[in-house]
Write a new protein. Structure first.
Length: 599
């Protein structure tokens, strides 16, 4: 007796505790995701957990046969889950989390001994596929898997509590036996910078463009250049985060196809921006050489021999890329590759690289979105293992001036244009506007990264972008009553054999109103079939979004004489010429330039 009561006392106490003492997790409530206006984007809704007490299940095979069809589980696997294990010590097995209330009631109605239905919550995305890649989703245990749900998981999750005490035979805690109780700390709510209405419009317009042009994919970003707030970020094709994977077992190919849709191409995919990069080169030229460079002229004869290679301009009629003599404004307006390369030569590779760095292409954006990439472009003085020499080759430098041979992310491009729209000051792009913990709300303050170019340089480039939209390749972006600036892009996609494959990225980046930009809107459509010009594929998307946004934001028209591009086409009106001075932007050079093919 002494042996049992004294020597083996601790052992028997532990054995008794294993039967009588229970540890119960008190789950924290996951924080909500809401848009800038408080509209819910992700929320917890009531659900049911279906669980088993394997020791209380009398006929595992019969129970598994009844439950498996309802739970969508393999009967043999379910029967294994109901095994109480060695010495029949397994008392709790979760069979399904986040089950619907209806399914919970169906399981209850079966009245299966050893099977219970308890309270639970599940993550719900009430707007379906809206901003799916941005928001991401959670797994069965409410852990963030993709998107903001993943990158902000620690903030959203909170901290679970714990209840330790003695229980009766059916698992209920006995009064006066609680040994430890820690209350849960709920997760923080995140207020995002996006506007649900703008996001819905971006999703809708982008999906329509990708479908109309039978394209592989597309991206839209709407950014406030004054503070870096991302007002909308859209990917196509997309998915519903409420059911991110097809039901049932998936093949490897099906799994890869599903996960490909989760990728946020706006921050994770590098692409060659094509002619939209000419805006950045133009800013570098003006900042380096001064405003006097606006009076310099170059000549484009459709083809140009440089560095042992032939550089072409756009080959569509009526001019077949023959732009003639043109200044920097004309080069940007006509989207002339040859002219831009010649202006790039005026500052050289080192200065161009300096401003590519200053505009943020060599850095991560640090936007709060997971999966960000940055440009892989090497500096001009680094060793190039492919050429076996130091520095950029002549043709590499020429290509970079007009956006080929350099890869960036869509968010990097939108942010760079934001700097030009914001008097040369680049703001950190960000997706979180505030965090809420109970009654406390902490605002995320806008962050100015650097002054990239002088305000006068930025205003001059904005003026040139206005000329692109009013007189050049960007005409389809015109909206009534508002000045719009922007640049088209039609970049070839590099393949295993260079640029031989007929694949393109059609893009347009616009800003509105040009007199005091409130919005930068980027649209990039990848591998459209047939027509691949940025003006035809992407500019109409920006036009539609800008037209909707100025109404949604109640912006005051700054150019009441300007006519919508749709009216120009219907009525065959001549181009509307408005003095840039009247909207507060530096006036354009006076020398006329030649109309050019659409880029």
């Amino acid at each position: 007796m002494f042996y049992l009561q004294t020597i083996r006392h601790s052992y028997f106490v532990a054995q008794a505790d294993a039967v009588r003492v229970n540890k119960n997790i008190l789950p924290a409530s996951r924080g909500q995701l809401v848009d800038r206006n408080g509209d819910v984007l992700a929320i917890n809704v009531p659900a049911k957990e279906i669980y088993a007490d394997p020791r209380d299940v009398q006929d595992r095979a019969a129970v598994a046969a009844s439950l498996a069809p309802l739970l969508g589980m393999d009967q043999t696997l379910l029967e294994q889950k109901l095994d109480p294990g060695p010495n029949k010590r397994r008392r709790y097995v979760s069979l399904m989390r986040h089950a619907s209330l209806e399914l919970g009631n169906q399981v209850k109605d079966l009245r299966l001994r050893g099977i219970g239905v308890g309270p639970d919550t599940r993550r719900s995305y009430p707007n379906g596929s809206l901003a799916a890649q941005m928001l991401g989703f959670t797994d069965r245990d409410s852990n963030g898997v993709e998107g903001l749900e993943h990158s902000q998981d620690k903030l959203l999750s909170g901290r679970d509590g714990l209840l330790v005490g003695e229980v009766d035979p059916v698992g209920r805690f006995l009064p006066g036996t609680i040994r430890r109780q820690t209350e849960p700390v709920n997760g923080a709510d995140l207020v995002l910078t996006i506007d649900k209405s703008l996001q819905h419009a971006a999703d809708t317009e982008l999906a329509a463009a990708v479908k109309a042009h039978n394209a592989k994919s597309g991206v839209v970003i709407i950014l406030d250049p004054r503070n870096g707030e991302i007002l909308a970020l859209s990917n196509a094709p997309t998915f519903d985060p409420n059911s991110p994977k097809p039901p049932g077992p998936l093949t490897q190919a099906q799994g890869l196809a599903a996960s490909a849709l989760w990728r946020n191409g706006a921050v994770s995919d590098l692409y060659e921006p094509g002619s939209t990069m000419k805006t950045i080169t133009s800013a570098a030229v003006v900042q380096t050489k001064g405003l006097g460079v606006m009076n310099d002229y170059v000549t484009c004869n459709a083809v140009w021999q440089y560095g042992g290679h032939t550089i072409h301009c756009a080959q569509d009629p009526p001019y077949y890329g023959h732009h003639g003599t043109e200044n920097l404004r004309g080069v940007l307006k006509e989207s002339c590759n040859i002219g831009m390369a010649q202006f790039g030569l005026k500052i050289g590779p080192d200065n161009l690289y300096k401003y590519l760095q200053a505009f943020g292409f060599m850095d991560y954006a640090h936007s709060g979105l997971p999966g960000e990439q940055k440009s892989w472009l090497k500096s001009p003085d680094e060793f190039n293992k492919y050429t076996g020499s130091v520095g950029w080759s002549k043709i590499q430098f020429a290509n970079i001036t007009f956006g080929q041979g350099v890869a960036v992310t869509p968010l990097q491009m939108a942010t760079a244009y934001g700097a030009i729209a914001n008097h040369g000051v680049m703001m950190r792009p960000h997706i979180i506007k505030a965090t809420r913990k109970g009654e406390e709300e902490t605002q995320v303050q806008p962050e100015a990264i650097r002054q990239v170019v002088d305000p006068q340089t930025a205003e001059t480039v904005c003026s040139m972008l206005g000329t692109v939209v009013q007189e050049g390749t960007g005409k389809p972006a015109q909206i009534a009553g508002f000045s719009v600036g922007g640049k088209t892009g039609s970049a070839q996609v590099a393949g295993p054999h260079g640029y031989r494959d007929p694949r393109y990225v059609a893009s347009f980046i616009g800003m509105v109103p040009l007199s005091k930009p409130r919005l930068v809107i980027l649209c990039a459509v990848f591998e459209p079939q047939g027509v691949h010009w940025g003006a035809a594929v992407a500019a109409p998307v920006v036009h539609n979004l800008a037209k909707m946004a100025v109404l949604e934001m109640h912006l005051t028209p700054d150019a009441p004489d300007l006519v919508d591009w749709a009216d120009h086409k219907k009525k065959k009106l001549p181009p509307t010429h408005v003095s840039i001075d009247t909207i507060g932007i530096a006036a354009p050079a006076t020398k006329p330039t030649i109309s050019a093919p659409v880029d």
